[in-house]
Structure formats: structure tokens, C-alpha cells
Design a protein around this ligand. Sequence first.
Ligand SMILES: Nc1ncnc2c1ncn2[C@@H]1O[C@H](COP(=O)(O)OP(=O)(O)OP(=O)(O)O)[C@@H](O)[C@H]1O
Ligand SMILES: [Mg+2]
Length: 274
Amino acid sequence: MTAAAPLAATPVTEPGRRAFVLAIAAQKGGVGKTTTSVSLASAWARFHGLRVLLVDLDPQGHVDLAVRQQITEPGGALSSVLADRGATPIGEIAASTTVENLWVTRADAGLLTIEERLAGRIGRETVLRRAMERSREHFDVIVLDCPPNLGLLTINALVAADRVLVPAEPSPLGLAGVHGLFDAVNDVRDQLNDQIEVLGVVLTRMDGRNTRTNGAVLESVQRTMGDMLLPVHVHVDAALAQAQLAGEDVFAHRPTSRAAEQYQELAEIILSRR
Ligand SMILES: Nc1ncnc2c1ncn2[C@@H]1O[C@H](COP(=O)(O)OP(=O)(O)OP(=O)(O)O)[C@@H](O)[C@H]1O
Ligand SMILES: [Mg+2]
């Protein structure tokens, strides 16, 4: 995590676009939100030539850890942008990376207390949307990696996004939180962002060894989620943890791994559904 620094990035400008904004959110912790955010953002920049901004909205700063070897400048503090009522375009604090077309806004220490600082303010749910508005024309996709709760940062992401992708583990408990998120999306649609829709649920950490349990869980998920369940699942693959340890995305670290292949497929499916 970076210290709350003043703006220290080269502003990213290439007007004329209108970014598709995808929030990656789940109430539950450890279901693969960050891994999915980093892998999809990287896949779109690498294989589709899209200009991608990956925003770390989680005070844990895991995006930063996951791609720390690929970040080439410090960037600015997201918490300052949010505290400033979203007056600064978020693209102005983005850090460039060694991946062409991929920029990252990193979590900073100020994010830990930003929810408290915004709590009493009018417009607290819309600060991210305001900060993003002018930056949308400089990117093709903006990916928002959310913290594992339905607090103010996640609500800001749902207000700012066009679509939500929900990663879930293929277990009965893993799916328990999905409906809470769907309810939050419905509330946000009723009150703050009538565009927002769930793009789908992606099963992460499928365990290839436990085919019987997986089969039963998959059947039950298909029954309850229907079309919401995306047709690509991400299997357990040590390549993902190894890539995170190395501080780079899976396509840089283990390009021939199953996870790299599955995230590439997922990236294509999402583009076709957006
Ligand atoms: N398909 C997978 N195979 C193996 N390990 C995985 C897989 N997906 C994620 N992991 C590992 O699981 C851990 C949690 O993943 P990740 O950080 O992406 O989840 P998260 O939902 O963002 O967590 P948090 O709620 O804390 O933000 C990480 O150590 C990651 O390396
Ligand atoms: Mg995370």
C-alpha cells in the first residue's frame, strides 16, 4: 500500500472513448475478486488492445501487491480524490505499468479511514462516479476491485459501474453471500444508478479433484442462477498464487497455465456480454 501522497502520476489522456465500467464485488472475502480483477484487466490490455484502468478500492491494497513488479510510477492517492468530493479525475492519479495499455490506481493508507471521513457528507455514495466521469473518455474499460463487504466503498463502485461481476466459490457457503450482493445491486438501481446490472457470477477455485461435490454444487448453482452463471469457471491453479507472490499478472508469470487460459476465455465472454 502506498502512503497518501499528493498527485504524482503522468495524467493519462487520450480522449474520445467511453469506458465500460465493471465492478468486481462479493460480500465474502477470499473468493478471487482481486485475482479476477487483475487477470481480466491484464487480459483486456494484452490481448484486446483495450486501454484499461484497474482501480484498487480495497484498503488491503492487494492489487498493488499482485502487480507491484509491474508498476512503473507511484501514482496518486485515491483517498484524496474521494475526500475531495471526486473533483479530481481518477485518471490523473493512475500509475502506468509495464503492460502496455494497463494503468492502475493504487490503494493508499487513507482508504482505511475514508468511509468514516465520508460518512456524514451529502453525496457520499457518488464521489467515485464523479471522479470517474471525466476519465471515462480516456479508457475503454475501468475495472473496480472492491473490498469484501457492502460498505461505502463497494456502494460507490456499484453507483459508478455499468455492470457487476460476482466471483464465488463453488460451495454452498461460498454462494451464500451472492444474494446479499444482488439485493444491494437492486437497491442501488432503485435509488442511485438505474443502469447497473449484474453481468454474471463466475465460479472461482473449482477443485478438479472433488468432482462429485463440484458436480452437485454446480447443478444447484445452475438451478438457482440460471443464465447469471457464466459458462467459464476458474479452477484451482497454483500459478495464480505464484504470480501474486512474484508481483506480476498470471500472463506475465505463467502464460501457459490453465488459469491464464481460463481468464483469457472469461475476458472474451465478458466483452461479448457487456
Ligand atoms: N483459482 C485460484 N486457484 C488458486 N488460488 C487462488 C485462485 N484464485 C485466488 N486464489 C488465491 O486465493 C487467495 C484469495 O484470492 P483473492 O485475493 O483474489 O480474493 P479476494 O476475494 O480478492 O479476497 P479479499 O476478500 O481479501 O479481497 C489469494 O491468495 C489468491 O492467490
Ligand atoms: Mg481482494
